[in-house]
Design a protein around this ligand. Sequence first.
Ligand SMILES: [Fe+2]
Length: 371
Amino acid sequence: MGPGAVARLADEVASGGHKTVFLVTDAGLVKAGIAEKIEALLDGKGCKVVRFDKVEPDPRLETAVAAVKEAKSSQASMIIGLGGGSALDIAKVAAILVTNDGPLDPYFGIGLVPKPGLQTILIPTTAGTGSEVTPIAILSDEKEKLKKGIVSPYLFPSVAICDPELTLGLPPQVTAATGMDALIHSVEAFTSKNATGLTDMFARRAMALVFANLRTAFANGQNLSARTAMMEGSLLAGMAFANAGVTAVHAFAYPIGAEFHIPHGIANSIMLPPVMAFNMLGNLEKFAQMAAIFGQSTQGLTQREAAQKMVAAIRELAGDLQVPATLSQYGVKETHIPALAKGVMKVTRLLANNPRQLTLQDAEAIYRQVL
Ligand SMILES: [Fe+2]
């Protein structure tokens, strides 16, 4: 972790004795010259790189299957993921599918992958999804209009290399959306029913770093110290939620992401304020603590008043970052809400972590607040 860290890539590959690696990335990173830079690092050390650059946003099941096919024929012994959460998730899934035969379907769920995959090195280029340190991969099932998750310890990478210099060129909107996602990972891990003292330690520092630096990274993408803080925040948020889990904000984001193709960070950001206002009663103490972590003055306030300041602070942040705040601009209508709310209730994996119990009626009311 740190500026220039990616220079260590070739040594990491060589230490495993790998002669051919399979690079999973997207066309944007090829265009930006970043994929080539990574390949040059390996070429120089005599390592052959086979590139797969067809990862799209909200990657589909079919993309993972296509990547596996090419990975197998490349004979690579290691997979490198380079990109945002989509490329990293496809790299993780490809790595386990090379060694686990058959279709993808039986692996959706928790702990259903039988064998470890190929070794992986994950290099995030956003800050971010935290996918470089989580045991989770999310794929879109276009037929069922669902986002499906594979959760398995075999999805943890062998190595994560977090180099903030790779994020210097991210446009402000992407910085904002992915940065909000990182903030939400830390907030949700901190308020998850599975939070522990250990995960809180990661989540607290992640929240403080992201809240204090996201505005600067958005406003001045070339500011390396803000980018470094964001990369560290995103990494720590990933470590927090890899262990404590995320909660209802992500459960609300998945149905609208799958059906209306709202980018993950934006879908999360839209859902954050109403879900926080709802969840607050489930853990007033931690919500009050978050207000202080976000630099709000809480002196003389009741816990409830301080908790409300936390919700106000995140609304203000999303406003400053000009992140969209409503669903209607993505084509969501009142008539879609009942089905979307049912979709939320199906994300039982995440709702089980939520600090406040949620009903179907609650889910509909929460969507309506941000229509
Ligand atoms: Fe996320």
